[in-house]
Ligand binder design. Structure first.
Ligand SMILES: [Zn+2]
Length: 303
């Protein structure tokens, strides 16, 4: 190991011989974490780190220091599936969810929000589920209006979410009302929000129903799944160095794009013939600490 490090100092060619040592040494990754799945470490953290709140890395490859917990129950929300311990995030995300839930409570028939996954206490990759939600800036919000906001912890494990889609996501079903439209509009109009993911049929429905300003529709992005909940992604907070924003959505309201997506659901294009000589796609590798920003070791090791 020492010889390897010394060689590294002398010649770049040595990096080819011991690349793991190079990145591990450069990032200060302790031996106990080397080569292991990062999700095991982040999945085991029970609380946020006692540090200044700061996202590090990108939405699908990063972590967060100083994560704070969305209270399990607030005046206008309840966090669901508490056993997952994923109601953590950057303070801006927690504020955003509280603010949006207050707006939801003013919609007819709604008294607030059921809130799904935010991030783990220190962010990072998860043992199950999402690829993103890693830097405390993503939140899943249920699309069904809460019947009440005094569910027990057990209820919140078991209560079924209601899907809002029909025909594989090409259309909304009868659960969808103007209230979801207004809720999504309020979320997308919030300057903290970078984009929102929802199934394509919902985007097209909102495109058809909106008669006023359409600017907010730009942030609504059609995506697979997302018919039980929509997914809000905040932009990196001001001054958060080390936080990597996603490129903004293309200009315009994106409605033609969403309609094309729906058309493809209804009339799937013929799959392209597979090139028999094409190399097999590589299976996705689990992230290790060496894949994450170097601050993430410190985030895990902090009190
Ligand atoms: Zn999500």
């Amino acid at each position: 190991m020492i010889a390897c490090l010394r060689a590294l100092a002398l010649t770049a060619a040595a990096a080819l011989i011991c690349p793991l040592t190079l990145s591990a040494a450069a990032q200060g990754i302790p031996a106990s974490m080397l080569g292991k799945e990062a999700k095991q470490f982040f999945g085991a953290a029970r609380t946020g780190s006692r540090q200044t709140p700061a996202p590090f890395g990108g939405y699908a490859k990063g972590c967060i220091s100083g994560g704070v917990q969305l209270p399990q129950t607030g005046p206008t929300w309840q966090a669901m599936r508490l056993s997952r311990n994923r109601n953590w995030g950057h303070p801006q995300l927690v504020d955003f969810v509280a603010d949006l839930s207050a707006k939801a409570a003013r919609l007819p028939g709604w008294n607030g929000l059921y809130v799904g996954d935010l991030s783990q206490p220190r962010g990072g990759p998860m043992l199950s589920g999402h690829r993103s939600h890693q830097i405390g800036l993503d939140a899943d919000i249920w699309l069904m209006p809460p019947s009440r906001l005094n569910h027990t912890i057990r209820d919140r494990e078991n209560l079924s979410a209601v899907s809002m889609r029909r025909a594989n996501g090409a259309y909304v079903n009868s659960g969808w009302t103007r209230s979801q439209h207004e809720l999504l509009k309020a979320a997308a109009s919030d300057p903290r929000v970078a984009r929102i993911f929802i199934f394509p049929g919902a985007k097209v429905q909102m495109c058809n129903d909106e008669t006023g300003n359409r600017d907010w529709l730009r942030k609504i992005r059609p995506w697979w799944g997302h018919h039980y909940h929509f997914h809000v992604r905040l932009a990196c907070p001001k001054g958060a160095r080390g936080c990597v924003d996603q490129a903004p959505p293309p200009p315009g309201d994106g409605c033609a794009d969403a309609q094309q997506w729906v058309n493809n659901i209804l009339n799937p294009p013929k799959p392209k013939p597979r090139d028999p000589n094409a190399p097999k796609p590589k299976p996705k590798r689990e992230l290790t600490m060496a894949d994450l920003p170097q601050q993430c070791v410190n985030v895990l090791q902090s009190q």
